[in-house]
Design a protein around this ligand. Structure first.
Ligand code: HEC
Length: 146
């Protein structure tokens, strides 16, 4: 009888040990699975978004001064130069140089048209407000070139 009870408690100890081991294995599997899922997901998102599907982030200006070179010219070349560049620009308006962009901004037409919801420039639709605000800051800063 005494033998049986000690055998029984040994059995119980063994099964607790087994459960603990199983739990450990489960935790290890869980960690591995999480790791692999994370790795696969990261590589998928990187691999499956073609480069040209990533819309260029609108230039932001965290605390810096807006200048033609750092902010304005990239907006112009991304959104305007296709129609306002070359030998026969739309609206007879060239926006290829600092001087040209500055004079269109100074005479008010550029800022008016980029904010004109019914007749916007670019013609495809208003730019993000953040991007349009760069032009206002540029004016306030006195049309800095660099
Ligand atoms: C898809 C072609 C296209 C794009 C892109 C485009 N424009 Fe235009 N833009 C035109 C056409 C066409 C006109 C002339 C007709 C009109 O005024 O709507 C014009 C006219 C203008 C005028 C008025 C010129 C004047 O003397 O009255 C301004 C200012 C202007 N665009 C600024 C811009 C700016 C700034 C951008 C970029 C943010 C831009 N445009 C992008 C086609 C374009």
């Amino acid at each position: 009888m005494g033998d049986e009870s000690s055998h029984g408690s040994l059995k119980a100890e063994m099964s607790i040990f087994k459960i603990l081991m199983m739990k450990k294995t489960a935790i290890v599997y869980f960690l591995l699975l999480t790791f692999f899922t994370a790795t696969i997901l990261t590589s998928c998102t990187k691999g499956f978004i073609p480069e040209d599907d990533i819309t260029p982030n609108p230039p932001t200006n965290p605390g810096g001064t807006v200048t033609y070179q750092t902010h304005i010219s990239s907006v112009i070349s991304n959104s305007c130069i296709g129609c306002h560049g070359g030998s026969n620009p739309e609206g007879n308006l060239l926006l290829e140089s600092y001087t040209q962009v500055r004079s269109a901004t100074e005479n008010g037409t550029l800022i008016q048209r980029i904010n004109d919801a019914t007749d916007p420039m670019p013609t495809s639709g208003l730019l993000p407000a953040q991007t349009r605000a760069l032009f206002d800051e540029w004016v306030q800063n006195g049309y800095l070139e660099n």
